[in-house]
Design a protein around this ligand. Structure first.
Ligand SMILES: Nc1nc2c(c(=O)[nH]1)N[C@H]1C(S)=C(S)[C@@H](COP(=O)(O)OP(=O)(O)OC[C@H]3O[C@@H](n4cnc5c(N)ncnc54)[C@H](O)[C@@H]3O)O[C@H]1N2
Ligand code: MOO
Length: 411
């Protein structure tokens, strides 16, 4: 029996070369900005322009020279208008004012914008210049309400760094700089294979949708595919295999030729129909027993240079194995923050087998208490759905009283 940490380290070592290749950006893609949400930048993106692009007004008001508003109040002739998007920018003449809109270019020489509220302008005139003069009651120092070119970021400065997961705020800045597409890391390509002669898909049952005797609906193909997607990776193949080794070997060969990483479920314990074990062990794969519950049997292999990670088939075992061993690695590769456990206080006493780290399903409440959901058995797939957290009971702990603090992983 090996520890959770030891197996996590084996998994990390197995998957690390693939993640290193992705991080290197050597096979980066270049999606349009609109398709880049959630992707991870492969390289630094430097700004191709100054931001703001040009000197412009922060307020609707009047662009004036600070020397002309040193003594207040002052009345100045209004000799022109600056509108946002306007192509003709009238030159500034000292001793005059230009009516200006927020975002309109402010010409050299005009170094203060006086908001309309700080003047005698009671009604903002119609479009086009109609006012003849303005009396200014208040004005700030040089630069007030003038947004200088490049004051946010200069050409060549870092707009978004390599490794960042692109969020709306990054896309907004890139769009503002006129960037149309960005280099992003290729997504990890994952193949998901479930195994078991008993498995059928919804719709593969009888016409009345009831499975034939002995058959069950495949829960793991769906939950694993979803889990992979949730971690920002791509699923390139998702198929189930019966318990025929030739069938599974064929599927595995297709998976290793299409994917960077293969996940399997089922077929690794001690029964007579363990297709994953029978196929991967002769290829140098190893099956280990990990001191955890659920998720005791785990297997790893390198097949045709592709890491193959095999989880036990019980639906909760599969999901917990993914969460414990693979989710941290996939999240890191996708630029997602590492998840940290919180502390919860048990509402009831719990028992735990000696020598196993137990992950009980629980409901964490806003008051910080946590209540177990159903029992520890790994077939309780519906109870897993009712839970919102995993309660971690340490390896050496065999019982905890109500009120005891435990580590809780929010699902
Ligand atoms: N003699 C022993 N028997 C078992 C041991 C053991 O140490 N000695 N370990 C038990 C534990 S713990 C687990 S976990 C399971 C793991 O078995 P496998 O990984 O070989 O999984 P299967 O036997 O194929 O399936 C187990 C169980 O889960 C159901 N299953 C499988 N795949 C799916 C799926 N895709 N969707 C829904 N349900 C699935 C399957 O029907 C079985 O009921 O072994 C124990 N046995
Ligand atoms: O290890 Mo199994 O996953 O406990 O049921």
């Amino acid at each position: 029996m090996i520890s959770v940490e030891d197996h996590a380290e084996r998994v990390r070592k197995l998957v690390e070369p693939v993640l290193t290749r992705l991080r290197s950006g050597e096979d980066a893609e270049q999606p349009a900005l609109d398709d880049a949400l959630g992707r991870v930048l492969a390289r630094d993106v430097l700004s191709p322009v100054d931001l703001p692009l040009f000197r412009n007004s922060q307020m609707d008001g009047y662009a004036v020279g600070s020397a002309d508003v040193a003594t207040l109040p002052v009345t100045l002739p209004v000799v022109g208008e600056l509108a946002a998007g306007g192509t003709a920018t009238p030159a500034f003449v000292p001793g005059t004012a230009l009516r200006v809109m927020t975002g309109a270019p402010v010409p050299p020489g005009a170094d203060v914008v006086v908001p309309v509220e700080e003047t005698d302008t009671l009604e903002w005139p119609e479009r086009g210049l109609t006012g003849q003069s303005v009396t200014i009651h208040r004005a700030g120092p040089s630069g007030r309400y003038v947004r200088e070119r490049g004051s946010d970021l200069r050409t060549g400065e870092l707009l978004a760094p390599a490794g960042v997961r692109l969020a709306p705020r990054h896309l907004g800045a890139l769009a503002a700089a006129g960037v149309r597409s960005v280099p992003v890391r290729r997504r990890l390509r994952v193949a998901v294979l479930t195994t078991g002669a008993e498995l059928i898909g919804a719709g593969d049952g009888r016409a009345d949708d009831a499975p034939a005797a002995g058959k069950i609906f495949d829960a793991n193909l769906t939950s694993l595919v979803a889990a992979v997607h949730e971690c920002g990776a791509e699923v390139v193949l998702a198929e189930r295999s019966g318990d025929d080794t030739a069938e599974f070997a064929g599927l595995l060969a297709r998976a290793t030729s299409a994917a960077d990483l293969v996940l399997t479920s089922g077929g690794i314990s001690r029964g007579a129909y363990e297709v994953v074990r029978e196929t991967t062990e002769p290829l140098g794969g190893s099956i280990v027993h990990v001191g955890m519950q659920p998720g005791r049997p785990q297997a790893t292999a390198l097949v045709d240079g592709v890491p193959v990670l095999s989880f036990p088939g019980n639906p909760v075992s599969t999901q917990v194995s993914f969460l414990v061993f693979l989710r941290p690695l996939l999240r890191e590769a996708a630029g997602l923050p590492a998840l940290q456990p919180v502390t919860g206080a048990l509402t009831t006493a719990v028992e735990s087998p000696e020598g196993k780290r137990q992950f009980l399903r629980g409901i964490l409440s806003p008051d910080g208490t946590v209540t177990t959901v159903a029992g520890p058995s790994s077939h309780l797939v519906a109870a897993m759905a009712r839970a919102n957290a995993l309660i971690e009971i340490p390896t050496q702990t065999t019982s905890l009283a109500a009120g005891a603090n435990v580590r809780v992983w929010i699902l």
